[in-house]
Design a protein around this ligand. Structure first.
Ligand SMILES: Nc1nc2c(ncn2[C@@H]2O[C@H](COP(=O)(O)OP(=O)(O)OP(=O)(O)O)[C@@H](O)[C@H]2O)c(=O)[nH]1
Ligand SMILES: [Mg+2]
Length: 203
């Protein structure tokens, strides 16, 4: 996809603050610090469109972006960040759940996992939750620059096994550092958007 424009629209906490649901929307989810904001920046070829950070918990609000005036990207706050209080965790959970449940224009969730780690309990419960609400998602295994090719193959298999995936399930290996997988992710997004135009997720 050739990027002509990529704009930050607004940050929101609750549904009344969301921008109008006029464009098909792609939401990026995953644990804190996994690389959600970096993935968005790589996809649109901008260093700082979505704010990134070395310390977990950088993205605390739901951030909406519009790409080429055609697609909406949503950077969600990460989960599983141990250093926050129970009440903050609860608020984050409610904020993200309300978004995923209520956003009519949500077309696809990009579910990001760190290729070096096996899925956490939080990852698995999010997966079950998305299945329960029949929200389509695409897995991305990120930070692949941190492993050798042999380690990548072994870790990909281990993660597929934990997620009970078969070899036909599409799982994409990515790195924000080397841009590996960037074109494949755009292809998957375009395939999905084309398909969901014919079979709308929310008819
Ligand atoms: N080596 C390497 N580092 C990465 C990659 N992706 C992200 N990072 C680094 O990981 C850290 C976290 O990245 P972010 O994109 O801010 O992660 P996030 O998931 O948005 O984090 P929160 O907003 O805190 O949930 C930063 O230091 C990034 O530079 C990658 O593919 N390779
Ligand atoms: Mg972030």
């Amino acid at each position: 996809m050739k990027i002509i424009s990529a704009e930050f629209i607004k940050s929101a906490v609750w549904p009344p603050q969301y921008p109008p649901a006029t464009l098909p929307e792609i939401a990026f989810v995953g644990r804190s610090n996994v690389g959600k904001s970096s993935l968005i920046n790589t996809l649109v070829g901008r260093k700082n469109l979505a704010k990134t950070s070395n310390s977990p918990g950088r993205t605390q609000l739901i951030n909406f972006f519009t790409i080429n005036e055609k697609i909406s990207f949503v950077d969600l706050p990460g989960y599983g960040f141990a250093k926050v209080s129970q009440s903050v965790k609860k608020n984050w959970g409610e904020m993200v759940e309300a978004y995923l449940k209520e956003r009519q224009s949500l077309s696809l969730v990009i579910f990001i996992l760190d290729i070096r780690r096996n899925p956490s309990k939080d990852d698995l419960s999010l997966r079950d939750w998305l299945d329960q609400y029949r929200i389509p998602y695409q897995y991305i295994l990120t930070k692949s620059d941190k492993l050798s090719n042999n380690q990548l193959t072994a870790q990909k298999r281990a993660i597929e096994k934990d997620l009970h995936l078969s070899s036909k399930d599409r799982i994409i290996i990515f790195s924000a550092k080397t841009q590996k997988g960037k074109d494949e992710i755009w292809q998957a997004l375009e395939d999905h958007l084309r398909l969901s135009e014919k079979h709308p997720v929310y008819p």
